[in-house]
Design a protein around this ligand. Structure first.
Ligand code: MTE
Ligand code: HPA
Ligand code: MOS
Length: 762
């Protein structure tokens, strides 16, 4: 099964927000944002901008009829700033005009008088000053305090990971127009149509029934449109509310980069203790999450960092604490992995530290401590169907790790100015929204009386292929050709109260609801067929568009049967609601069973360093990944490759740079480098682990969206391995991304020999 969007994408026929035909009289909107990171707004003069040619209106917070509040978890974020600004890029006004160009010209005429206050950009400083979004949380098992003394080795250090720009190809945007009786329609590029609907209603003082949100597809979201697609959609709706005309906003890349939040940077301290056989006995970590100026999804992201603090390892004594620190950066938000990668970077750093000091390869410690069935996660969930060890040994065997190691050794012996490095990267990622209540979805299915099928769910297509999987679920459950099925847009009038498409759970949650709805219809059709064929309903099955009785094909085709049911006045529409069973979590005890299941896998990464330039190239990444029983291997492989490369980018090239004034300096594609065709690994090999899948995964095909990103963590440690091959004196730092500049510094750090080598070269 090919991705159903592939043809549309390569021919340019797929529709995105900016392809929606413009209605006559459409106006354009542009946000005016704060030029400073922190201050009191003494005056905001919009009079010149309002008079500017082509401008229709300039809106401020005073024009908001309902609540000036868009915070989802904590109500701490205004749509348009009032008397204080908290980050550079914070929206303070909205210009609406006849063209985007007119709005841009007018934006230059807005005058601010802001009494500046010192901004905080560092999460540790924020913590010192008591600037916390929520109280800290601690997850623990065993008792770390009591075992440090019995450890043969104890190491402490710091591990920092920087943020990451989502860089969805389609920037944020929305198009809204008035409907009858004061109702408003919003087409937008969001992962969370219900969040847009709820927030628009709240800001406009309307009921949710007054707002209809429709999403065709996204040109990428990656978490950046889970919460942060909302303000732009609500802004255009605000303009529609007042002007009663269609209004559109499609953000320029630099506006988008400046005004929106990103992956959270983390600064963490760790302490790790091992026995002499390399068993990890104890692990402590304190994580400082740079939340930015408002909560957004930070509390939930922080929680997932705690859940994944031990990655794929069993550690009998763990104590991990996280602080969500309020700074004067744009509110940081969901990004593929949702805090998991940040938590895992710390344990991987601690293991790398221990390996260096003890003098063993990092992967010896990793392998020794992999989870197995019968273990318990530090949050209380039992480890079941663990593929940590099987994916590891499968990768080692399939890809012949000893041979790879020998090749690296030989290469490093033969080359002085080039060194290769190796890393193994296991991943264990929990599937479910960490907030139990969010794990629900609905589907609405119509069988049209010509036998074709229309499907609506709450899932949003953002390139991950969820629509392809949903289409397969409908086609398989009915036993009909995929061509008969159409997946409709995601629309709040057809499917209500949806969770965002996130947490990698889009296909599971919506797929399960869809399967339930299809099964109800199939049963109903079986009853009509039984009548027609004089058989009992349980003897009826459908395969290849034919009704079977006790396993033998009948005369009745799908098309005939559907038409008959229609003539018999049988309902051909159904809906269903699915809520993940089993899961629960007790936030008092910080224990429970939060995840439906876990996804596992292991990657082997090999990098070649140019030790003169500090540049590097990944030779290969070889992955054994647990997809369960994949229904869409091509889609899944696309997710695995894409996730991996995005993770490598985060760990290597992508360097977010805010200056001390809280201004984003890496604010364009010229200053923010993401992996391109030249910097991706020369080869990527993916093998699916043979497993049974899981009953809570859709048709046993396990969720795949986020976990592969974390294979990218190995990039950092592969580079570190190569640096050490060249310069055994380099001090180990854990400060991602490992950019070429940092590599160059590390290659020659404390290396008098380096000077000599350079002399030798000349
Ligand atoms: N793949 C593409 N092509 N584009 C995206 O925006 N988002 C990722 C992942 N894969 C994304 C993607 C993120 S952050 C998540 S949570 C999942 O897809 C969401 O989709 P799913 O739940 O259907 O896996
Ligand atoms: N993952 C992704 N998005 C979320 C989650 C989660 O666990 N919780 C709330 N939003
Ligand atoms: Mo994904 S970060 O859960 O949108």
């Amino acid at each position: 099964m090919k991705n159903i969007d592939s043809k549309g994408h390569v021919t340019g026929k797929s529709l995105y927000l900016d392809d929606i035909p413009i209605q006559q009289g459409t106006l354009h909107a542009l946000a005016v944002d704060s030029p400073v990171a922190h201050g009191r707004v003494r005056s905001l003069d919009i009079s010149e901008a309002a008079k500017s040619e082509g401008v229709v209106r300039v809106f401020t917070h005073e024009d908001i009829p309902g609540e000036n509040q868009i915070g989802g978890i904590v109500p701490d974020e205004p749509l348009l700033a009032e008397d204080e600004v908290h980050f550079c890029g914070q929206p303070v006004a909205l210009i609406v005009g006849e063209s985007e160009h007119a709005c841009r010209r007018a934006r230059e005429k807005v005058k601010f008088e802001i009494d500046e206050k010192p901004p905080i950009t560092d999460p540790r400083e924020a913590k010192e000053k008591g600037e916390l979004i929520i109280p800290p949380r601690t997850f623990q098992n065993g008792d770390t305090e009591s075992v440090w003394d019995s450890c043969a080795y104890v190491f402490e250090g710091q591990a920092d990971s920087n943020g990451q720009e989502h860089l969805y190809i389609e920037t944020q945007g929305a198009y809204s127009w008035p409907a009858e009786n004061g109702n408003i329609k919003i087409a937008t590029s969001t992962q969370g149509p219900t969040a847009v609907q709820r927030t628009a209603a709240q800001v406009l003082g309307l009921g949710m029934h007054n707002v209809e949100v429709d999403v065709i597809r996204l040109g990428g979201g990656f978490g950046g449109k889970e919460d942060q697609a909302t303000p732009w959609a609500v802004m255009v709706a605000l303009a529609v509310y007042h002007l009663n005309k269609p209004v559109k906003m499609a953000m320029h890349r630099m506006d988008d980069m400046r005004m929106t939040g990103k992956r959270h940077p983390y600064s963490s301290d760790y302490k790790i203790g091992l026995d002499k056989n390399l068993n990890i006995i104890a692990y402590e970590a304190t994580m400082h999450q740079n939340a930015g100026a408002a909560a957004d999804l930070s509390p939930a992201v922080m929680e997932r960092s705690l859940f994944h603090a031990n990655n794929s390892y069993f550690i009998p004594n763990t104590k991990v604490t996280a602080y969500s620190c309020r700074t004067n950066l744009p509110p940081n938000t969901a990004f593929r992995g949702f805090g998991g990668p940040q938590g895992m970077f710390v344990i991987e750093s601690a293991i790398a530290h221990a390996a260096r000091e003890i003098g063993v390869p990092k992967h010896r410690i990793q392998e020794k401590n992999l989870l197995k069935d019968g273990d318990e996660f530090h949050y209380g969930q039992a480890v079941e169907q663990s593929q940590a060890r099987s994916s590891w040994s499968d990768a080692v065997e399939t890809f012949d790790l000893p041979k790879i190691q020998k090749e690296i050794e030989d290469f490093n012996e033969a080359h002085h100015w080039k060194k290769k490095g190796l890393a193994l990267q296991p991943v264990c990622f929990g599937i479910s929204f960490t907030k139990t209540q969010m794990n629900n979805a609905r589907a609405l299915v119509h069988i049209y009386h010509d036998g074709s099928v229309g499907v609506s769910t709450g899932a949003v297509e953002m390139g991950q292929g969820v629509n392809t999987k949903l289409l397969q679920v409908a086609a398989y459950t009915f036993g009909i050709a995929p061509e008969r099925v159409r997946i409709d847009t995601t629309n709040t009038s057809r499917v209500a109260n949806t969770s965002p498409t996130a947490a990698s759970a889009g296909a599971d949650l919506n797929g399960k609801a869809l399967e339930m709805a299809c099964l109800k219809l199939r049963e109903r059709l079986a009853e009509v067929a039984a009548d027609q064929l004089d058989a009992s309903p349980d003897s009826i099955t459908i395969k290849d568009e034919t009704f079977y009785v006790d396993g033998s094909p009948s005369e009745l085709s799908w098309e005939k049967m559907v038409h008959q049911a229609f003539m018999d006045r049988v309902s051909l529409s159904e809906k269903a609601h699915y809520a993940t069973p089993v899961i629960h979590f007790d936030k008092e005890k910080e224990k429970g069973h939060p995840f439906a299941y876990h996804v596992y896998g292991t990657a082997i990464l090999v990098v070649t360093l140019d030790c003169l330039r500090g540049t590097y190239q990944f030779d290969t990444v070889k992955i054994v990944h647990d997809c369960g029983k994949s229904i869409s291997p091509m889609v899944d492989n696309g997710q695995i490759e894409g996730g991996l490369v995005q993770g490598i980018g985060w760990m290597t090239l992508e360097e977010l740079d805010y200056d001390e004034q809280g201004r984003l300096r890496s604010n364009a594609l010229s200053t923010y480098k993401i992996p391109d065709i030249y910097s991706v690994p020369e080869t990527i090999e993916v093998k699916h682990l043979e497993t049974e899948g899981h009953d809570l995964a859709i048709r046993k095909s396990k969720a795949v969206g986020e976990p592969p990103l974390m294979y990218g963590l190995g990039a950092y440690f592969a580079i570190q391995d190569a640096v050490l091959a060249f310069n055994p004196h380099a001090t180990l730092k854990f400060d991602a991304p490992f950019t070429h500049e940092k590599v160059l510094m590390a290659l020659y750090e404390g290396k008098e020999a380096g000077v000599k080598d350079a002399a030798e070269l000349s």
